[in-house]
Design a protein around this ligand. Structure first.
Ligand code: WT7
Length: 636
């Protein structure tokens, strides 16, 4: 592995911003503002919050009395939708494009801020007429179509919360999220397009509703026109409802408390069921808008493309909320990057004049595989900034992205953050000298460290656990219905110090640059998607032939990591190639294709601790032919 050998040298390799970038960047100096933001954190965030519209100003910026249950902008009243839409309607931005959307088959829809407001208001009135009230949680399970953003914004407008379940998830994942959120209303679509095929969202939704009976109303957007089962009195077509008189274009935006729930978003954890991370109207609005404006240097004329799915936090924060708050024009695309040809993305950048592209290392590696000729057929000169998120980016992919896509003139913002953090935590700014593969330095207001188990800083350049030492406005407030788990998962390890444990290992080099290494818990990052080993294992064990299972991640060239599963079969069942395929497909059916194991190995036993916990680290070491480490707790 040539890359590994060059770790030392790559830490010295800087890429400097051009004069033009230095002269025009929204933030012109990092160190000074960083210092100020640390010595007067509340002052810094109050200044940022002042950029938003508040119905009533806050009394207190930060309330740490019940830490780690921090509160921000206490007493402040606002609505994130008032900031993302309503206030622009009073200016010329009313007629500015808010959204340019392209479907995979090539259909295009555009919305000005005025039109977006109309659609959001109409759907908000529909939700109200269905009895949705402030504080309710509406589950949204959709492909990447404008109605997904419209549904999210409509919920927030009337003070309901949304729980978006990624359209790539399947029956079990959807059912357990609906149930945890006690959702009465589900918004879905008859399907979506992906690689020329239809995804069966409504069929999956129907199956999930059988398993979790809380849903009373299911609203379905007609996207593909395929035949789907609709149940009388429960199922309604979106377009039917939107043409009713009750779908009025005027809808009052609810006045919300800064700390009121905006959404929950489920993410995978170390054990058991996914956690519903809860974000609020105030702090989240301030944090996402500020990070977006400063890191991606948002200007009035930008065409911003975050090529993630709104079903993940990246899409919530940086497709929907932050760019709309900043009055940007957002680009959204439904389908696969290589459909029908590997130039799909590059042709869209040229076609729409995209100025900033933000995507994942997996997508970059995937497109890199097809060679330079594909992007070189297109005029990509509109691009001025690039971004990366989701997993560490290997220097080879970074350099390709920089040279072939950015033509050596677009800085790459490698942003480290999490569902839990709401927005970017460690990230360059356009003015930051870059090192390929490093997320560089903490964003304003954030103090971070890499420490050992006791909380002592590890030596410069050594690997340790990444902690965040100070609160920030975008932080998740709790795990929905489970505050104990919130404390246990993130705050218990460094309780005395009051630090947040990120769950990642990292190194900080002698220039103070942060290098993220990867997860240290039983979370697997596959193609940047976050999965829990426990979820994969429980999907396997739900098959009648499986007695026990363990899932681990092994390095993969394209996906970063791939899932490998070890399975103990029930007595009397013999392992076969066919059974392996059956089990892989079973996991895919229960969880969605991203959970599908790359390989399955049948075994008679799994390494466990004496207390019965599977030692995945031992399985991983064995698979990689590495030292198995400390085996003192292994049951013999
Ligand atoms: C985990 C969080 C935040 C949006 C997408 C993921 C990994 C995220 C980076 C990066 C290295 C990264 C971490 C983190 N991660 N960004 N720039 N470099 N690793 O959100 O699904 O909550 O996953 O993604 O391991 O803990 P998420």
């Amino acid at each position: 592995m040539s890359e590994e050998k060059s770790v030392g040298s790559r830490e010295k390799e800087f890429y400097y911003p051009s004069e033009e970038i230095l002269a025009n960047a929204n933030v012109k100096a990092y160190e000074e503002l960083y210092k100020k933001s640390i010595t007067d954190r509340e002052g810094f965030w109050a200044d940022q919050a002042d950029e938003l519209h508040w119905f009533k100003k806050w009394n207190k910026v930060l309330d740490a009395a019940k830490a780690p249950f921090y509160k921000w902008f206490v007493g402040g009243k606002l609505n994130i939708v008032d900031n993302a839409i309503d206030r622009h309607l009073k200016t010329w931005r009313r007629n500015k494009l808010a959204l340019i959307w392209e479907g995979e088959p090539g259909d295009v829809r555009t919305y000005s801020y005025h039109a977006l407001n109309r659609e959001v208001s109409k759907f908000a009135n529909i939700l109200k007429s269905m009895g949705v009230q402030k504080g309710d949680i509406v589950t949204i399970y959709m492909p990447q179509i404008p109605e997904l953003a419209i549904a999210m914004l409509a919920c927030a407008k009337i003070g309901a919360a949304h729980s978006v379940v990624y359209g790539g998830f399947s029956v079990e994942a959807l059912a357990e999220r609906i149930e945890d959120a006690d959702s009465r209303v589900l918004v879905t679509a008859d399907g979506g397009w992906r690689r020329g095929k239809i995804t069966d969202l409504k069929t999956i939704a129907n199956e999930a509703m059988k398993r979790s009976p809380t849903i009373e109303v299911c609203i379905t957007v007609k996207r593909t026109g395929q035949q789907v089962y609709m149940e009388n009195d429960r199922d309604f077509w979106y377009h039917d409802l939107m043409s009713l008189p009750v779908a009025n274009q005027k809808c009052e935006t609810e006045v919300m408390d800064a700390e009121d729930m905006l959404f929950i978003l489920y993410t995978s954890g170390t054990t058991g069921r996914p956690k519903g991370l809860l974000h609020t109207h105030g702090g989240y609005a301030v944090y996402t808008a500020t990070t977006h404006k400063m890191v991606f240097d948002i200007k009035e004329e930008d065409r911003w493309w975050c090529a993630a799915d709104p079903g993940w936090i990246t899409g919530h924060s940086y497709i929907v909320y932050a760019p709309l708050i900043n009055g940007a024009t957002v680009m959204m695309y439904e389908g696969a990057p290589n459909h029908p040809y590997p130039n799909r993305w590059w042709s869209m950048i040229e076609k729409y004049g995209v100025t900033i592209l933000y995507t994942s290392p997996t997508a970059i590696r995937g497109l890199m595989r097809f060679g330079e000729a594909w992007p070189n057929r297109h005029d990509l000169s509109s691009l001025r900034l690039l971004g990366s998120v989701g997993e560490p980016i290997n220097p080879e992919a970074w350099k390709w992205y920089h040279r072939v896509i950015g033509k050596d003139k677009c800085p790459i913002m490698d942003t480290w953050w999490q569902t839990e953090t709401g927005g970017f935590m460690i990230t360059p700014l356009p003015i930051t000298p870059l090192k390929p593969g490093s997320a560089t330095k903490p964003f304003f207001g954030n103090e971070i460290a890499v420490v050992d188990d006791k909380g002592v800083d590890v030596k410069t350049g050594e690997e340790g656990k990444l902690v965040i030492k100070s609160p920030w406005p975008g932080m998740a407030r709790t795990i929905y219905k489970n505050p104990d788990r919130y404390v246990e998962t993130y705050w218990k390890d460094y309780q005395q110090q009051g630090w947040y444990k990120a769950g990642d290992s990292a190194r900080i080099d002698e220039d103070g640059y942060v290098w993220i290494i990867g997860r240290i818990d039983d979370v697997i990052k596959v193609s940047g998607y976050r999965l829990g080993t426990a979820e994969i294992e429980s999907a396997l064990v739900s098959h009648k032939d499986v007695s026990e299972a363990a899932a681990i991640a092994l390095p993969h060239d394209l996906k970063g990591n791939a899932i490998h599963a070890y399975v103990i079969l029930r007595t009397g069942i013999t392992g076969s190639k066919e059974l392996k395929e059956t089990l892989k497909n079973h996991v895919s059916h229960e969880m969605g294709p991203i959970g599908k194991p790359e390989s399955i190995t049948f075994t008679d036993s799994l390494p466990k601790t004496r207390s019965g916990k599977i030692m995945r680290r031992v399985l991983k070491a064995r698979a990689l032919g590495q030292d198995e480490g400390d085996l003192s707790t292994l049951e013999q």
